[in-house]
Structures are given as C-alpha cells and as structure tokens.
Design a protein around this ligand. Structure first.
Ligand code: FAD
Length: 414
C-alpha cells in the first residue's frame, strides 16, 4: 500500500502548452505567492505550436526559437515543471491528480490545460508508416525526416488551416502536393465562400492538386504508405500522408472524474468547470462564446489559450473577470498573411473590400446589419480597425464598407 504523503502545489496545471504556460506566467505577473506545478506529457519545456506548420516545417526557424521562455526560466521562477509525464486521474474529493507513474499530487486549484490530440484517420491503412499528423515537435520532426530522406509526393488530408499551411510549405520545398478535402470547399468551417475560393485558387496556382468533395476510403502500402484510395476508386500515389482533420480534446481524466462536457470540458464565463476549484482553458475548454451569440463551442487559437489563462489567473487571485475577449487568429500561406477577428458563424452577408487578385483585401461578415467578423489578407489596417468595429457592434453602410478607400474606423460611428 502506498502510504507516502502525496506532493502538493497550491496550483497544479495539467498541460505545459500555450494555455498552461500562460497561466503560470500570468499568476506570476499577478503576484501569486503560492506554489505552482505544471505537468506536461511532452518532454520539451513549453513552446509555441503555430510555427510547426510554418517556419519550423520550412526549416526557417530553429526549435530553440519556439520556446515560450528559455528552458531554465520556469524553475528560476519557482514553477515546478514535471515533463514527460501525464495526468491520468483526478480525484476532486481528495483534490489530487494521479500521474501515469502512480504518483499523486494534491492541489488547491487545478487548471486543466491539456489541449488535444491530433485526430487520426480511421480508414484501413491509417496505421501505416509515413502517415503523419502535425501537433507536436515530435510529429513535425518525423515528417521532416521523411522529406529529408527523399519523400517528394505528399497527400495532405484536410483543407483546414494546418493542412493548407503544410501544403504551402511542402510545395515551397519542391514536393508534389495533393490536398484532399471532404467538404465542398476548404476552410468551410471557419470562413466564407470568398475566402475559400481565394485560397483554393492560390494553392492551385502554386501547383497543388487540390480536390474538394472527396473522401478517403483507404491508405495503401506494404508497411509504409504508398498511395491513397478515394471513395470513387481513384488512387493517388504518395510517399507520405499528412492528416490535418482537427483534434480530439484531451479531457478523459476530467470527464471520468465527473466534470460536465463532451468534445471538451464545459466551463462557465470564469473558466470554471463543474468540479470545485477546477478550471479548464485553451483548446480543450467549451464555453458559451459571447461573440457567437452564446453558442457553446471550443476555440482553437493562441488568443483563446492566452486570454482564458489570464482570466483564470485573475480568478485565482480573487480578481475574477469574465472571459469576453474578441477571438482573433492568423494563418501564413505562401506570401499571404491572413488575420481574422470575430467568428463568422451564422452571418447573413459577406462584403468584399478590395480585389483578391491584388492579394490585399478583406471580407467582412454581417449579421442583422452588424459586423460580427472580418478576414483580412495582407490588410493589417483593416484587421486592426475591423476589430474595433466588431467590439463596438457597428452597423455600417454596406456600400461604404465595400470601398477599400474608406478606412474602417470612419464607419465606427455608423
Ligand atoms: P496545447 O498547446 O496543445 O498544449 C496542451 C499540452 O498538454 C500538450 O503539450 C499536451 O501534450 C499536454 N497534455 C495533454 N494531455 C495531458 C495530460 N493528461 N497530462 C499532461 N499533459 C497533457 N493558433 C493561432 O492562433 N494561429 C496559428 O497560426 C496557429 N497555428 C497552429 C499550427 C499548428 C501546427 C497547430 C498544432 C496549432 C496551431 N494553432 C494556431 C493553435 C494553437 O497552437 C493552439 O490553439 C494552442 O496551442 C492551444 O494551447 P493549449 O495549451 O490549449 O493546448
């Protein structure tokens, strides 16, 4: 029988990714004087994930530049980093987390910031070597090793941001890329038709064989993948496959402990779960998004991870403020920087500002006349000003809105 007294930290953070790291940083900044332990399944100290499908994949940025803080920073600040280990259980009555090793850690407050696992294909052949996802440094390193080893034809499955970014980088590295999307258009879940059409055109003009409305029925190969078979029977040769079809939130232990949720863990406007003194933040947290009319959803973005973490730190310090931050996001593909603000959910009208052919334009999404979201391609001023219009709930004249010569801020009073 294990009679050893479990270790204890005033705040235990599960997940040493963006949200977990930011929570520890924010607690520090707020003057938190208690003990903090951060448990992370990966072996690396906290690092930024976005470059994994951008500069890091392109070998344009060394891994050392991805660290959120220098590796020694955390211990210097008295934050206990427990890496390469996993929280497998939560006992909300005893206020303890159990690690994979069996070790238990008591908590005063528990912050669940475990993100998610890359969703895998379930079709035959999905376990073959050469089938990759892009979620962690290890994922990225193993796919880069195949490229270095001579892989040249790549099938990317999934036309969301990660699949499209990977396709852009690999095309730049000289690979022959086929991108397969099951829905009728890429970015269908996050952007309007204009933006999807623009990105489809850009990828094709860079040589990507981009196919929408196709479903993968099987991956073929002897030990290592060599081709993808589609439901219509056609076969696409591929030295390797990259699967970018979303994530499965890492919330198993929390739900098993009785926390409410499904496809994530439910939190209220202070990021509190239904378990006492247990918060959840980042990609794994499901909340009523005030910028989406209260729709219950998870948001997978750096902004959301950071702002939820800041919200929890304030709550723990007794200065609770509700989480109401405006969502924003960016994506880099080729020479195109997309910056988005708000959530284009349930919009009734999309207004184009500028000419997509110039590679500098925006799409503004309106609902009941009000601006609810904006996508800006190489249009920083629109992004900065558009955010203000969304926050103000502006209802501008659509004709002036469509004129790129009219600065968005001029429409604020409308
Ligand atoms: P994560 O960063 O995933 O961190 C969670 C950590 O918890 C992981 O290290 C995980 O291993 C660990 N963990 C899981 N379960 C356990 C457990 N039981 N015990 C201990 N540890 C556990 N967002 C943008 O805004 N812009 C972008 O351009 C952008 N690009 C992206 C590109 C890629 C390739 C990826 C993968 C994501 C990108 N994102 C981008 C999304 C952004 O990185 C995430 O929203 C953000 O990292 C979420 O932070 P998180 O802390 O919730 O989760």
């Amino acid at each position: 029988m294990d009679t050893a007294e479990p270790a204890h930290a005033d705040v235990v953070i599960v997940g040493a990714g963006r949200a977990g790291a930011q929570c520890a940083l924010a607690l520090h900044k707020e003057g938190f004087a208690g003990s903090i332990a951060m448990i992370g399944r990966e072996t690396e100290p906290p690092y930024e994930r976005p470059p994994l499908s951008k500069d890091y994949l392109a070998s344009a940025k060394a891994f050392e530049r991805l660290y959120i803080r220098p590796p020694g920073y955390w211990e210097e600040k008295g934050i206990r980093l427990m890496l390469g280990t996993e929280a497998v259980g939560v006992d909300p009555d005893a206020r303890q987390v159990t690690l994979f090793s069996g070790e238990r850690i008591g908590y005063g407050k528990l912050v669940w910031a475990a993100g998610g696992e890359a969703r895998r294909l379930s079709c035959p052949g999905s376990g073959l070597a050469g089938v990759h996802v892009v979620r962690t440094r290890a994922d990225c390193d193993s796919l880069m090793a195949e490229i270095d080893g001579g892989a040249r034809s790549v099938a990317v499955i999934g036309g969301g941001y990660i699949g499209l970014e990977a396709a852009a980088v690999l095309t730049g590295l000289g690979c022959k890329v086929t991108l397969l999307e099951a829905l009728p258009r890429v970015l269908a879940r996050v952007a309007g038709e204009e933006l999807s059409a623009f990105y489809e055109h850009e990828h094709r003009s860079h040589g990507v064989d981009l196919r929408t409305g196709v479903s993968v029925s099987e991956l073929l190969g002897e030990g290592h993948v060599s081709a993808v078979r589609l439901a219509d029977g056609s076969v696409i040769a591929a030295d390797m496959v990259i699967v970018g079809i979303g994530i499965v939130p890492a919330v198993g232990p929390l739900l098993a402990a009785g926390a409410a949720g499904q496809d994530g863990v439910d939190v209220d406007e202070y990021c509190r779960t239904s378990l006492p003194d247990v918060y959840a933040i980042g990609d794994c947290a499901r909340f009523a998004a005030n910028y989406a009319g209260g729709k219950i959803m998870r948001v997978e973005s750096m902004q959301n991870a950071n702002d939820m973490a800041n919200c929890v730190a304030k709550g723990i310090m007794g200065r609770a403020q509700p989480y109401r931050a405006l969502p924003w996001f960016w994506s880099d593909q080729y020479d195109l920087r997309l910056q988005s603000a708000g959530l284009a959910i349930g919009y009734e009208r999309a207004v184009l500002r500028g000419d997509p052919q110039t590679h500098e334009f925006s799409v503004v999404y309106l609902k009941a006349g009000r601006i609810i979201a904006i996508d800006c391609v190489n249009a920083v001023a629109d992004f900065v000003q558009g955010r203000k219009l969304i926050e103000a709930g502006a209802c501008p004249d659509p004709v002036r809105l469509a004129d790129p010569e009219v600065p968005l801020l001029e429409l604020l009073a409308a």
